[in-house]
Design a binder for this molecule. Sequence first.
Ligand SMILES: C[S@@+](CC[C@H](N)C(=O)[O-])C[C@H]1O[C@@H](n2cnc3c(N)ncnc32)[C@H](O)[C@@H]1O
Length: 288
Amino acid sequence: MNTAAMVGKFPPVVNVASVPQRSPFRYPGGKTWLVPYVRRWLSSLDPRPVELIEPFAGGGIVGLTAVFEDLVERVVLVEKDEDVAAVWMTILDSEGAEWLALRILAFEPTPDNVRAVLAETGELPLWERAFRTLLRNRVQRGGILAPGAGLLRKGENGRGVASRWYPQTLARRILDIAARRSRIGFVAGDGIAEIRARRGRPDLAFYLDPPYLAAGRRLYRYSEVDHPGLFALACELTGPFLMSYDDAAEIRALAADHGLEARRVPMMNTHHARKFELLIGRNLDWLD
Ligand SMILES: C[S@@+](CC[C@H](N)C(=O)[O-])C[C@H]1O[C@@H](n2cnc3c(N)ncnc32)[C@H](O)[C@@H]1O
């Protein structure tokens, strides 16, 4: 089949500019493009789940959207990366969010100031660690937080690191999330253990977005996931689940081995090139 005919079989590429950005992160492997699909998936669930669990939360766009748009009553985000976790814990702390918003608004993003914050090592207090993480996420190439990621050089219009620093937007997103604090739970730890602990709960829905099979090591501090084990665990869940993965032959084979449906959906990557990702579940009829 030629490419044009193949593309015709797929839903149109989601225009991410039409999706409200609610996360304080620009996250590598972020799922803004998936939001319209998640709306359809969650709305199709009957009965409505009491909670959505997002065990590989990263920037948490799916969980945030679910709460902001009342698709579920509560979400639980889980993240293992201690820096990313520091951001979520600070935002969900009754005084941390305001502190963080003010710290962001007061920060002057000169190259020297940026370098000074990024050079801070050792044990930082939690809130300051959250600030450093958000700054790194803005000024490192591709938002990559894994050790060794390079600094953005030219930035937008040659304005360097400051070009990616949108203090008002960031502060507003943080306060908007904090305003929904009672509906957002966060666990700093292992998403797989959190899934396992809830596997017998039919009233919970799970959105699983583990690190990419191929690029995970470059993108995340924690990229090692036992993918066959995760598939086996997903099959043990009593509640509904949706997984997203990079479109790799190994992953399609794992889905088939576990009797799961896998469909390719188109998205635009950060280089504005069309690529495909896989959505995997017991039944993806809601996609039609
Ligand atoms: C593909 S990213 C998730 C992106 C997210 N869906 C978004 O839109 O921002 C995978 C995330 O899983 C995290 N991670 C890796 N292993 C983990 C584990 N065992 N438990 C919890 N989080 C883990 C990584 O640090 C990374 O943030």
